[in-house]
Design a protein around this ligand. Structure first.
Ligand code: ASP
Length: 343
């Protein structure tokens, strides 16, 4: 007897779980345990679906690290019981959340697929059905008795991405996400095509799942811009207990070479604040030392984020800061791919 894959659908909130109340015309969250009634197509899928929902579903603008814990705890408790997980969330912060979950789950060997939608599931022109149905199909796909996907992904508008490579780039179009520095892992057309050579695999299948729940939140993103002044940067870097900075620089990692700027960054690093250099560009690599304007950053101990997204850099910083690494250890870990987040 062959058993069907079992999928746990975790609803955290967001537009996808809304229905239009045609009397009032307002959007209301619907009871997710009745998902099969709302989307009868789900019964045609070759898997068993169970649902669990946040007690109070949230707009993803209210997402925080406590909710990250709630998500990983649901996955941890149910890890051995299910073949795959689909997490429904608002799209606004989905790249941040899914990136964080990717770091919090070490040695993952099951699929965790984040998805959502631009229009509510009850809307006539909704993108929710396709996103949800294909995400469940992806989560239940198997090869040689093992899950095809063994990492945290984000599925939106016919494409499956590695979650920690994504950025939300459009507030209106159905194609809301991009993954500029890594190709899609699968594409959905007439067939669901997996690009198997891009998929992540653990180094040793015998390693157990390790759930990392401690994240350090004393961090900040600083996006530099022409006209940024000493006072402003100085105030930010003087925040009490500040432990880490994602410094969004220009192009391939360039920043002002003026003395005050380099001096403030150097002082912060000497105070044990870890500074990670990430590009403001959607695609491409930080390459410290390529231009004169980034030579100083490299010299004073700024860590290169290489081609990491800001969202993944925030998550990785929260994750690694917990370990109390020396600057050299921190740099080595940050500049190495831990979950396929950098090339
Ligand atoms: N504001 C909503 C959210 O992120 C938008 C969406 O669901 O996509 O929760």
């Amino acid at each position: 007897m062959t058993t069907k894959p079992t999928i746990l659908l975790i609803y955290t909130g967001g537009t996808i779980g809304m229905m239009k109340d045609y009397d009032s015309n307002a959007l209301k969250a619907f009871d997710f345990s009745q998902i099969s009634e709302k989307i009868p197509e789900l019964q045609q899928l070759n898997c068993q679906i169970h649902t669990i929902s946040f007690e109070t579903p949230i707009d993803s603008s209210n997402m925080n690290t406590q909710y990250y814990m709630d998500i990983v705890e649901i996955i941890e408790k149910n890890y051995d019981l299910f073949d795959g997980f689909v997490v429904l969330s608002g799209s606004d912060t989905m790249s941040y959340t899914s990136s964080a979950i990717s770091f919090m789950l070490e040695n993952l060997q099951k699929p965790i697929i984040f998805t959502g939608s631009q229009l509510p599931i009850g809307d006539l022109r909704t993108d929710a059905k396709e996103n949800l149905i294909t995400s469940i199909e992806v989560a239940s796909a198997q090869k040689n008795g093992k899950p095809m996907i063994q990492e945290v992904c984000l599925y939106f508008e016919y494409k499956l991405y590695r979650a920690n490579r994504t950025t939300k780039m459009n507030a209106e179009q159905f194609e809301a996400f991009v993954s500029m520095n890594y190709p899609p892992l699968a594409e959905s057309g007439v067939y669901l095509k997996f690009h198997e050579h891009y998929l992540l695999r653990v180094s040793d299948e015998n390693l157990p799942l390790i759930v990392r729940k401690k994240l350090v939140t004393d961090i900040v993103i600083i996006k530099i811009f022409p006209g940024i002044v000493e006072n402003v940067l100085k105030s930010i870097l003087s925040i009490k207990n500040l432990k880490g900075v994602v410094l969004e620089t220009y192009g391939s990692g360039n920043a002002p070479s003026e003395n005050w700027f380099v001096h403030l960054i150097k002082n912060a690093i000497e105070k044990n604040i870890r500074i990670v250099n990430v590009t403001q560009c959607l695609g491409g690599n930080v390459n410290q030392g390529h231009y004169e304007t980034s030579v100083a950053l490299k010299k004073i101990g700024v860590v290169s984020g290489k081609d990491i997204t800001t969202e993944a850099a925030v998550a990785k910083l929260m994750y690694l800061l917990n370990e109390n690494f020396s600057l050299i250890e921190f740099t080595n870990h940050f500049e190495t791919s831990l979950r396929g987040e950098i090339s």
